[in-house]
Write a protein that binds this ligand. Structure first.
Ligand code: THU
Length: 298
């Protein structure tokens, strides 16, 4: 999901990356098949207070406000409203503009403190809640509330932040996240876009795409992009990777197999292309591997 940022104040990068990951998982989990975009404004107490008063008649600070651009018929949400989503296409964003989210940063920090978790986690909760409103969910009626809550849980579980932790990321979600990452590939030289989605033991998913360079040899594969993103965020334990390509299958190249082997020699490897899915394991793809255990001396 493309985010058009409007940040009134400086915010920790980890918070922005969690927010982006939550938005990516939200669009995929909801089943929106077109590239979509959202405008996210991060603001202070005063700004959100004024918006809450002016647009909702509620004269106080709040954590998140959603301003959807579409009107969905009762009982229909974005994932089942392709006709409506298509109409939201915006030439500047090069995506379907779902609407605006406004998040109050000081309130986010207060709530993180109150619930005893990190501001990044709170940012993901608020994003998922706000995006569900942009997708057409509501929580006025108890039935609607249950549906919204179920979708929030599904998305949070795909970001590795499930509140109940009973809904692991499905292979379908992981494959969809790899296909989505492929859309962000930078491959003007090979014209071979690849996307990867790496599932961590704790349920978080890191996406990666291949990134090429005018100096050809400096290009980077999708799988290693995902691994490096994950490791640089403190994750070392991985259970599966999904890799998406077009026209032909993209099993990980030798270099990626070696890098994946460093952290997860028994990793499940799923590949998808043109509607096909196949599965293997890193043990099978990299027999007689050379890993860190070879260098551990008594
Ligand atoms: N590529 C990947 O990203 N992953 C693979 O598993 C195979 C190849 C990329 C590298 C390069 O940008 C393009 O595909 C063509 O080789």
């Amino acid at each position: 999901m493309k985010i058009i940022w409007q940040n009134d104040l400086a915010v920790e990068p980890s918070l922005l990356s969690r927010l982006q990951a939550a938005a990516d998982c939200a669009a995929v989990t909801e089943g929106i098949e077109r590239p979509c975009a959202v405008c996210v404004r991060l603001c202070d107490d005063e700004a959100i207070h004024a918006l809450n008063r002016d647009y909702r008649g509620v004269d106080r600070v709040t954590d998140v406000l959603s301003f959807p651009l579409a009107e969905y018929p009762a009982g229909v949400t974005a994932g089942h409203a392709d006709g409506i989503i298509r109409e939201l296409y915006d030439d500047d964003a090069e995506a379907c503009m779902l609407g605006d989210l406004v998040i109050c940063v000081p309130q986010l920090y207060r709530q993180a403190e109150e619930y005893g978790h990190s501001p990044a986690r709170e940012a993901a909760y608020l994003t998922v809640h706000g995006l569900c409103h942009l997708f057409g969910y509501d929580h006025i009626d108890p039935n609607d509330q249950r549906e919204m809550r179920t979708m929030e849980e599904k998305i949070l579980s795909a970001v590795g932040l499930s509140r109940d932790d009973h809904s692991p990321v499905s292979d379908e979600t992981l494959l969809a996240l790899a296909r989505e990452a492929m859309e962000r590939s930078y491959s003007p030289y090979s014209h071979f876009p690849v996307g990867a989605a790496l599932l961590c033991e704790d349920g978080r998913v890191f996406q990666g795409c291949n990134i090429e360079n005018a100096s050809y040899g400096l290009g980077m594969c999708a799988e290693r992009t995902a691994v490096f993103k994950a490791v640089s965020e403190g994750e070392h334990a991985f259970t599966a990777v999904a890799i998406a390509s077009k026209g032909t299958v993209a099993w990980p190249c030798g270099a990626c197999r070696q890098v994946l082997n460093e952290f997860a020699p028994h990793l499940r490897v799923l590949v998808t292309w043109d509607g096909h899915v196949e599965e293997s394991t890193l043990d099978a793809l990299l027999p007689h591997s050379f890993g860190p255990e070879k260098l551990i001396h008594e």
